[in-house]
Ligand binder design. Structure first.
Ligand code: SAH
Length: 283
């Protein structure tokens, strides 16, 4: 079988630069290899290979290096039948490791009873959804190394106050330490994407609780960024009104509540802790 024909609808841009491929695989630390920060919640090293899921292996440019690592127990999920066939014919040991299917529909808890890592040159059309799924499994996923569109990488990694700071920045930074590792030019791919790419690493921080209701926190963040250039008083009014109804407040009491300074801020100015405090205010 020759090479896989790139399908745009599946976000297929195959990485052709071997040095970049190796650097991505090398960026994946595993339990027991805590970095300098020491604030990581990894389980103690067990001596057993650590389960890692590669999302969208394509023709296996990352897979070849992942398979060399004895500290990794590799699983792969690929949606494209042609890529699956390619991998089965070109790599040993794919049986039982490689699944054909949609990562977004995977019941990860069935696949991995314990902790696992995620790596991939992600399909850019679904990279946000991949990270939302990571958040759903945050207590099982200590580390993610992924290549995404450069703008997405910047957005995820940037601090409050930046123009691109948004929903995913807050939600991911709540639970992960995020490093922007390196930029990858479009010439490193076939076919070349229209945008630059970047590799980021997420490692679970030590946080076990936000000190507020988690699902309300998510709702507050998403709602606040619904109108990101506006003072939060506007987008958050329905949530404040719901609280007023629960508490039996008058219109005046609701107005006084919304007159608090925090509601005059824009969402891009708030840190994770600020959003947690705001969540408690609205609970
Ligand atoms: N890792 C390869 C391919 C990257 S392109 C490389 O670096 O060259 C993105 C890959 O993700 C493609 O192989 C595409 O078929 C696959 N893909 C796209 N959507 C997917 C999904 N929902 N679940 C799993 N794989 C997917």
């Amino acid at each position: 079988m020759t090479e896989v024909r790139a399908k745009k609808a599946l976000g297929q841009h195959f990485l052709t630069d071997q040095k970049v491929a190796r650097a991505i695989v090398d960026a994946l630390k595993i339990p027991g290899q805590a970095g300098n920060d020491g604030a990581l919640s990894f389980p103690a090293p067990t001596g057993h290979p650590f389960p890692v899921l590669e999302v969208g292996p394509g023709m296996g440019v990352l897979t070849q290096y992942l398979l060399e690592r004895e500290d990794i127990d590799l699983r792969l999920i690929e949606i494209d039948t042609e890529s699956v066939e390619y991998l089965l014919t070109h790599f040993q040991g794919m049986q039982g490791r490689l699944m054909e299917g949609d990562f977004l529909r995977l019941r990860l808890e069935k696949l991995f009873p314990g902790q696992f890592g995620i790596i991939g040159n992600f399909p850019y059309n679904i990279s946000s959804q991949i990270f939302f799924k990571v958040l759903d499994y945050k207590d099982s996923i200590p580390e993610v190394v992924g290549m995404v569109q450069k703008e997405v990488a910047e957005r995820i990694a940037c601090p409050p106050g930046s123009k691109t700071y948004g929903i995913l920045s807050v939600l991911l930074q709540a639970w992960y330490d995020i490093e922007y590792l390196f930029t990858v030019g479009s010439g490193c791919f076939a076919p070349p994407p229209k945008v630059e790419s970047a590799v980021i690493r997420l490692r679970r921080n030590g946080r076990t609780s936000l000190g507020c209701d988690e699902s309300l926190f998510k709702a507050v963040v998403k709602t606040a960024f619904g109108q990101r250039r506006k003072m939060m008083r506007n987008p958050l009014k329905p949530l404040a009104r719901a609280k007023a109804e629960r508490e039996g407040w008058s219109e005046d009491a609701l107005s006084a509540f919304l007159a608090q300074p925090v509601f005059s801020q824009r969402p891009e100015q708030l840190s994770v802790e600020d959003f947690a405090a705001l969540t408690n205010l609205l609970a």
